[in-house]
Design a binder for this molecule. Structure first.
Ligand SMILES: *Cc1c(COP(=O)(O)O)cnc(C)c1O
Length: 371
């Protein structure tokens, strides 16, 4: 699905040099590269504060802790997402309130958000799934009206631009109260292990996020709140510093692959190409087709036989996962998500794909479908 080696080869000299520097100084924790990367990402995102942490899941958890969400509080999020989003809600004793998504852009359904707001609702977690933003303008308006926090899960959409109706733009993750991202190797900005970050424009909140990520410590050995231990390793920051410089190029390369796939698949009766939302650029974390009347498993097997990877993100809706099973949910509750889980298929998507590979993939997909 990805080509991490090909990407590494192109930046090897600088990455190796940066890593060697960390080894030479042995400043493995909180070394200078962490602060440097943080500052560079703040400039890139045009956000006041970036707080690095150990992974994207921690980022979401720390955000919810910093906003003082308490057991019993309800947090609204999408049913169609990676498990991490809802997992931390449950882990903190909060109640995940799942809502359905839009069938075309896969974004959280804002009408459904409004319908699920009750006296216990404290926050909304929109997910910028597959690389484009949810309807942040609407979500921020709903949040303002009901006095709710917004935590953006932007693990799949770092670098995407959101455009408001007045024409102004902001980077994904910098619109809500906190944005959370992941630097997992296969994410659009991936390091060589685990990593993550939170973003915010709120000075007080930034202080609190930083404190919770460091054992609730305000100054050394003074612990004001209960925290966790969640740091971005210096070696990972040293890698990310190099890759951040290429992030826009990487997004362009992903869009080139998407455009190629689009051209091959757009008028096919059995395929629906990804719909671009009007309010967001797409950074194509995934290129996800909707299949119409296709045996998905058969197609995947046939592709695999020809050496082509494919994945189903995500095969089971959150509300039907055992971990989230409560008597509140049953099959049929979220028809759009259920339909998507049964019909989506993601094709290889990365920054290093050449024309021959794109052609090989599209030719074979079409050949199998037209058999
Ligand atoms: C990857 C991902 C996460 C979690 O990030 P990790 O760094 O793997 O903990 C959270 N939400 C979404 C939507 C993701 O894709």
């Amino acid at each position: 699905m990805v080509d991490l080696r090909g990407q590494y080869e192109k930046i090897k000299t600088e990455v190796d040099q940066n890593i060697q520097e960390v080894l030479n100084t042995t400043a493995f924790i909180n070394g200078p590269a962490v602060k440097e990367f943080q500052a560079q990402l703040e400039i890139y995102l045009k956000v006041k504060h970036v707080i690095p942490c150990a992974n994207g899941t921690d980022a979401l958890q720390i955000a919810m802790m910093a906003l003082d969400l308490k057991p019993g509080d309800e947090v609204i999020t999408a049913d169609f997402t990676y498990v991490a989003t809802a997992e931390v809600i449950g882990l903190l004793g909060l109640t995940p309130v799942l809502v359905d998504v839009k069938p075309d852009t896969f974004e959280i359904d804002t009408d459904a958000i409004e319908r699920h707001i009750g006296p216990k609702t404290k926050a909304i977690v929109p997910v910028h799934l597959f690389g484009q933003c949810a309807n942040m303008e609407k979500i921020m308006a709903i949040a303002k009206k009901h006095n709710l926090y917004v935590i953006e899960d932007t693990a799949q959409a770092i670098g995407a631009d959101y455009t408001f109706s007045n024409g102004s733009t902001q980077k994904a993750g910098t619109i809500g109260h906190v944005g959370c991202t992941s630097f997992f190797p296969s994410k659009n900005l991936g390091c060589f292990g685990d990593g993550g970050a939170m973003y915010t424009n709120d000075d007080e909140l930034a202080k609190k996020l930083r404190m919770i990520a460091h054992h609730g410590q305000s100054v050394q050995y003074k612990h004001d709140v209960l925290g966790i231990n969640s740091r971005l390793d210096t070696i990972q920051a040293a890698v990310l510093k190099v890759k951040l410089k290429h992030l826009n190029e990487y997004a362009a390369a992903r869009n080139k692959v998407a455009a190629h796939y689009d051209r091959a698949f757009k008028n096919h009766a059995k395929l629906e190409i990804p719909v671009r939302s009007k309010q967001s650029t797409h950074v194509f974390h995934q290129y996800t087709l909707k299949l119409k009347g296709v045996n998905r498993e058969f197609l995947r097997e046939q592709l695999a036989e020809r050496g082509i990877a494919s994945m189903v993100y995500y095969p089971i809706p959150l509300h039907l996962q055992k971990a989230f099973a409560t008597d509140r949910y049953k099959p049929g509750d979220f028809p759009v998500t259920e339909q998507l889980c049964a019909t989506v298929l993601s094709l290889p998507m990365h920054t290093e794909m050449d024309e021959d590979t794109m052609n090989y993939i599209t030719t074979n997909v079409l050949e199998i479908l037209n058999k």
